[in-house]
Write a protein that binds this ligand. Structure first.
Ligand code: WT7
Length: 674
C-alpha cells in the first residue's frame, strides 16, 4: 500500500515498482498536482471550454466543428438522434478528410512545415512536409482509383509503422474508400476473417518490417490469408520496406511501381459528414471481433479538438509523438487524423523501444525535440524496470505534456512518468522546476476520441485518475439499476449523451451494436468498464467488468482465445482469464482440459501457446497454459472465471459455494502442485 510521501527531495530513491495491487493504491491515493502558472498562462484550453460546453452542448460542438474543420458545404443540423442509438452529426455537411488533413494547410502557406519525421528501426529516416505528404496522398489516391477502388469500397491495410500506412489511410479517405487497418501482429487467419467480413477489394501491405534488428515478414501472412478461394480481393499492393525476397502472385503489385507512376494531381471531392471513414475491428465479449464503424465529420471534429485541448497543442512549435501503432484506434485518431488535421508536426517510429538499445525512445525525443509524448502504461512500467539511469542519460527537457492511454495507469507508474520523464531538464538528472503535466486519457475504439481526460492548464492532476469528462461529453458512474452513484462510490461507467466521434454501428450487425452497448441501461451507452467517483467527483477507471482483457493496452477477448484453444485437437475444454501482471497490466492465463494425450515428449503447453499465436496473433498467446482435470462451473454450466483468476493471481480462492462440484477447486490446486 502506498502512503502520502514527500516527493520534493527524496523521491528519487522511493519510486520503485510496487508489488501491491492497483486498486489498493487507488483507494489511498490523495496526491494532486496543480498546473504551473506559466503553463496555465499559455494553455490552449481554459475554463471557458467547459463553460461553453455546459451552457450549450450542441452549440459548443457546432462551433468546434466549424473551427477545426474546413467544410465544403456547411451543416444544417448539429445532431440528429431520431434514429437512436445511431447518431448523425453535422447533418447535411460535406467535407473531405484528406483535404482537411493536408491540402488546406498547403493552401494556407504551411506547405513547408514538417508533417512527419519518420524514424525506421534500423536508423533510416525520412521526413515529409505537408506539401510532400499531400503529393504522396494524391498519387496514392490516383493509384488506388486506377486499381478500381471507388467510393464506399473497403481497403484492408496490413502495414508496419511506416509513412505509407498514413498515406494509404488518407488516400482511402480522399476517394471515400473505407479503410480497415489490421494490426501487423495479427495472424493470417485473423487477417482473412477481417478481409471477408468487410469484403475488401484491395489489400495494402509490405514485404515486411524490422523487429529487434531483424527483418520481420508481413507479406507471407497476406499470401496465406488469400490462399483459399472465395475472397473479394482484386489487388494486393506491396510496399518494399525490408527488401527481403517476397513471392509474387497474380494479385500482387509493387507500391513503388504503381504509386510512383501515378499522377500528382488529384481533386478531393467532398463526402457527406456521415460517410464512413473506416472500420476497425476490436475484440468483444464473444469470439467474433466487431467491425467498429466511424464516420467523417464527427470523428474528425472530436479527435482534432481533443488532440488540441488535452495535449495543449501549439502546432507551430510542438513536436508530437504518439507511440501507438496504426493498427489500433489510438494510431487512427492520434497519428493519422488529428495531428494532421491540426497541422502539427509529429514523429513516427517503426520499431521496438529496446533496439538497438534501451534508450532508443529517449534518443528519439532528444533528437527531434519531442514536446508532447503519448504512450501506454505498459511502456512506462517497462522503462521503470529497465531503470531510470537510461532516460536520465538523455536530454528530455523539450517534453512539456505527457499522455497515457490504453489501461488504468497505476500511481507508481504515473509518479515515475512525472519524476523521471516529465522532470528531466537535461542530461544527468537535472530537474525541471515545473514537471510536464500528465494527462491520462480514457476512451475506446468505440468512442473514437478522448472522453475522460484532464485539461493540462486547468485540472489539478491526480496520479492514477483520468478524472473529468472532456468538454461537451457527459460521463457518469451508475449502479446496477442505472442510478448515478454518489461521490466515493463505484459502479459502471456510462456515457449519457451521444458524442461526435461515437461509433455508428458494427459492420454488418446493427443488432449486435444495440445489444452490446445500449441494452444494459436505458438510453445510456455502457462502456464495459468499472469506475469509481472519488470525494471530489473525479473518475477513477477500474478495468473491464466483462470478458474483455487488456494486455499491454491491447484488447483481447477471453472467448476468442477459448474458441481458439478448443479448436485444437488436444483440448476438450478451455477457460481463459486475465491475471494481473506488473508490466502488461493483465496477462492471458489459460486453463485447459485435455482430451487426447500429447505425443511422447511433446511440450503441450508450447504447442497450445503457438497454436493461439498462429490462430489469432502473437499478442494473444497465453503467458501460462495450465492443464487441469476440471473447470469450476456453476450449476447452470457457466465457468466461474473469478475463481480461476484467484488461482492465476496466486490468491486464496474466493467464495466457491455456487459450484456444481465443490471439489473442483481442490482438484485444480492438486493438479497444479504436481
Ligand atoms: C478499453 C478500450 C483508447 C485507445 C486504446 C484502447 C481501457 C483505455 C484507459 C485509461 C483506464 C483505459 C478501458 C477501455 N482503457 N484507456 N486511460 N484508463 N482504462 O482502446 O482497445 O478500444 O480498449 O481500454 O478498459 O474500455 P480499446
Amino acid at each position: 500500500m502506498i502512503t502520502e510521501r514527500k516527493f520534493a527531495s527524496t523521491w528519487k530513491d522511493e519510486i520503485t515498482v510496487s508489488e501491491s495491487k492497483t486498486l489498493d493504491n487507488l483507494s489511498t491515493e490523495t496526491r494532486s498536482f496543480a498546473p504551473s502558472e506559466e503553463f496555465s498562462k499559455n494553455a490552449v484550453a481554459t475554463q471557458a471550454s467547459y463553460d461553453a460546453a455546459k451552457a450549450d452542448r450542441l452549440g459548443y460542438w457546432a462551433d468546434q466543428a466549424r473551427g477545426v474543420l474546413t467544410w465544403d458545404t456547411d451543416f444544417t443540423e448539429t445532431l440528429d438522434w431520431s434514429q437512436a442509438p445511431v447518431a448523425k452529426w453535422f447533418v447535411g455537411g460535406k467535407l473531405n478528410a484528406a483535404y482537411n488533413a493536408l491540402d488546406r494547410h498547403v493552401e494556407n502557406g504551411l506547405g513547408d512545415r514538417v508533417a512527419i519525421y519518420f524514424e525506421g528501426e534500423p536508423g533510416d529516416t525520412r521526413s515529409y512536409t505537408y506539401a510532400q505528404l499531400t503529393e504522396e496522398v494524391k498519387k496514392a489516391a490516383n493509384a488506388f482509383e486506377s486499381l478500381g477502388v471507388a467510393k464506399g469500397d473497403r481497403v484492408a491495410v496490413y502495414l508496419p509503422m511506416i509513412p505509407e500506412a498514413v498515406i494509404t489511410m488518407l488516400a482511402c479517405a480522399r476517394i471515400g474508400a473505407i479503410h480497415s487497418v489490421v494490426f501487423g501482429g495479427f495472424s493470417a487467419d485473423a487477417l482473412r476473417s477481417r478481409i471477408d467480413d468487410a469484403d475488401a477489394k484491395l489489400v495494402v501491405t509490405a514485404d515486411g518490417t524490422w523487429r529487434r534488428g531483424k527483418p520481420s515478414p508481413l507479406k507471407p501472412a497476406v499470401d496465406a490469408a488469400l490462399a483459399a478461394p472465395g475472397h473479394t480481393v482484386q489487388n494486393v499492393l506491396v510496399v518494399k520496406r525490408n527488401g527481403e525476397p517476397t513471392e509474387f502472385g497474380a494479385l500482387d503489385k509493387w507500391w513503388h511501381e504503381v504509386v510512383d507512376a501515378a499522377g500528382t494531381e488529384h481533386t478531393a471531392v467532398a463526402h457527406d459528414s456521415e460517410h464512413p471513414l473506416f472500420v476497425l475491428y476490436t475484440s468483444g465479449t464473444t469470439g467474433k471481433p466487431k467491425g467498429i464503424i466511424h464516420t467523417t465529420g464527427g470523428f474528425l471534429t472530436q479527435t482534432a479538438v481533443t488532440h488540441r485541448d488535452t495535449f495543449d497543442l501549439h502546432p507551430e512549435s510542438d513536436v508530437f509523438w504518439c507511440t501507438a501503432d496504426i493498427g489500433w484506434v489510438t494510431g487512427h485518431s492520434y497519428v493519422t487524423y488529428a495531428p494532421l488535421v491540426n497541422g502539427a508536426t509529429q514523429v513516427m517510429y517503426e520499431g521496438t523501444p529496446d533496439t538497438p538499445h534501451q534508450g532508443r525512445w529517449w534518443e528519439i525525443v532528444e533528437k527531434y525535440g519531442v514536446t508532447i509524448l503519448y504512450t501506454a502504461p505498459t511502456a512506462i512500467r517497462t522503462f521503470m524496470k529497465w531503470g531510470r539511469e537510461i532516460p536520465d542519460g538523455y536530454d528530455l527537457s523539450s517534453l512539456r505534456v505527457l499522455g497515457s492511454v490504453g489501461e488504468p495507469i497505476n500511481p507508481e507508474a504515473w509518479m515515475w512518468y512525472r519524476d523521471v520523464i516529465g522532470s528531466n531538464n537535461g542530461k544527468n538528472g537535472e530537474k525541471k522546476q515545473n514537471p510536464a503535466p500528465i494527462v491520462d486519457t480514457w476512451w475506446q475504439t468505440e468512442t473514437g476520441a478522448h472522453m475522460i481526460a484532464p485539461l493540462p492548464g486547468i485540472t489539478h492532476t491526480k496520479p492514477g485518475s483520468a478524472q473529468v469528462a472532456v468538454p461537451g461529453i457527459s460521463i457518469d458512474v451508475v449502479d446496477e439499476e442505472g442510478k448515478s452513484v454518489d461521490n466515493g462510490q463505484g459502479g459502471f461507467l456510462v456515457i449519457r449523451e451521444p458524442w461526435p466521434a461515437m461509433l455508428r454501428g458494427i459492420w454488418g450487425d446493427m443488432e449486435r451494436y444495440k445489444d452490446t452497448y445500449w441494452s444494459r441501461f436505458d438510453d445510456m451507452y455502457f462502456a464495459g468498464d468499472g469506475a469509481k467517483k472519488d470525494d471530489d467527483g473525479d473518475i477513477w477507471l477500474l478495468g473491464r467488468v466483462d470478458d474483455v482483457m487488456n494486455v499491454s493496452g491491447h484488447r483481447l477477448s477471453t472467448t476468442e482465445i477459448e474458441s481458439s484453444l478448443v479448436a485444437h485437437p488436444y483440448v476438450a475444454e478451455a477457460a481463459v482469464v486475465g491475471a494481473k501482471d506488473d508490466t502488461t497490466g493483465e496477462a492471458v492465463v489459460a486453463f485447459v482440459i485435455l482430451q487426447t494425450e500429447p505425443e511422447e515428449g511433446e511440450d503441450v503447453v508450447a504447442t497450445l501457446r503457438n497454436h493461439v499465436g498462429k490462430d489469432i496473433g502473437p499478442i494473444a498467446k497465453p503467458k501460462h497454459v495450465l492443464v487441469v482435470p476440471e473447470l469450476p462451473k456453476t450449476r447452470s454450466g457457466k465457468i466461474m472465471r473469478r475463481l480461476l483468476k484467484d488461482v492465476a493471481e496466486g490468491r486464496e480462492v474466493g467464495d466457491a459455494t455456487t459450484l456444481s462440484d465443490s471439489t473442483v477447486m481442490s482438484q485444480i490446486a492438486q493438479s497444479l502442485k504436481k
